[in-house]
Design a protein. Structure first.
Length: 311
């Protein structure tokens, strides 16, 4: 039986593009761990968004690029032409036809469902924050202790206009300056928006192994970057004290059965991420000269563009 179906546009977009992207990210893992947090975050977001960008490449049948890449066509073209115009004998019989149809429809449905679920979570977070009735104090929103939120609450919420939400106990603590600096780093870099887009996009390719590692790296890199900015202003010791205070407050809140409001980027994230953050505070901060940093970003943009067009 023929295996021509492996080169069909919809199969390229549904399987080979996300597999190649995730696989390349894992192959370069040891190299990318040497990069500063900002570049690591950019690379993880780029890897997560590449399959989505590939699906969005328009079909231009009369363009010179289309003639140069005859195998490249969007998934919509595959839906309308991939099955009906082909001889079933060349698509691994009726079963092959069904597989091709699934490769055409499933990615589009998954994208729609994933982004809809993400939008619902954002709306739920906004409603939760509104119910806490925070009061604005400068550029910070403070939640009173009697509002029912955890006393360790420190989070950046909002996609287009991020807001820093702090519990009153956190805002009045000795570590408040370092925590606020950390959260402002998230807000300035629009980490919630990029994490939302990357999470929804990468979650759409649920059949691709190894994708969750990219999401974990993206979140960790965002935290490391925010820690580094707070460290540059107040020193590693101040950030470490803030982190320890948040851990202690979080433990007490867990003992009382309280749960964080969720939906944002919290200063505290337990487990492996906490270990990496503590280790990063003990090591000298990683930085790149400006020309090297821009070179890394240019390479990432070029690689994403090539993968989106060629795959």
């Amino acid at each position: 039986m023929s295996a021509n179906w492996l080169g069909y546009p919809q199969v390229m977009l549904a399987a080979w593009c996300p597999l190649a992207t995730v696989g390349a990210w894992h192959l370069l893992r040891r190299l990318t761990l040497r990069l500063p947090p900002r570049e690591r975050f950019t690379l993880a977001v780029a890897a997560a968004l590449t399959p989505l960008l590939a699906v969005a490449v328009p079909y231009l049948p009369h363009s010179p690029l289309r003639e140069a890449l005859p195998w490249r066509a969007p998934i919509a073209w595959g839906i309308s032409n991939g099955i009906t115009d082909a001889d079933p004998a060349h698509i691994l019989s009726a079963l092959g036809s069904q597989l091709i149809l699934a490769a055409s429809v499933v990615p589009l449905v998954s994208l729609a469902v994933s982004f809809a679920a993400g939008a619902l979570r954002v709306a739920r977070t906004a409603r939760t924050v509104a119910m806490l009735a925070p009061r604005q104090c400068g550029g910070i929103w403070i939640v009173d202790d009697d509002a029912g939120s955890p006393r360790s609450l420190a989070s950046t919420v909002g996609l287009v206009r991020p807001r820093i939400i702090l519990a009153a106990a956190v805002a009045e603590s000795a570590e408040a300056s370092a925590i606020i600096r950390h959260e402002r780093a998230h807000a300035r870099a629009h980490h919630p928006l990029w994490i939302f887009l990357a999470t929804c996009a990468l979650r759409s390719w649920w059949w691709i192994p190894g994708r969750k590692a990219i999401l974990g790296e993206m979140r960790l890199a965002a935290e490391l970057r925010a820690d580094q900015e707070a460290r540059e202003t107040y020193g590693a010791a101040a950030v470490a004290r803030a982190l320890c205070a948040q851990i202690e407050a979080g433990s007490r809140a867990a003992g009382h059965g309280l749960a964080p409001a969720g939906g944002g980027i919290a200063f505290l994230d337990p487990g492996i991420e906490l270990t990496h953050r503590a280790r990063a505070l003990a090591d000298p901060p990683r930085t790149l000269p400006a020309w090297q940093a821009w070179s890394v970003r240019a390479v990432i943009v070029a690689a994403v563009g090539a993968a989106a067009i060629l795959l």
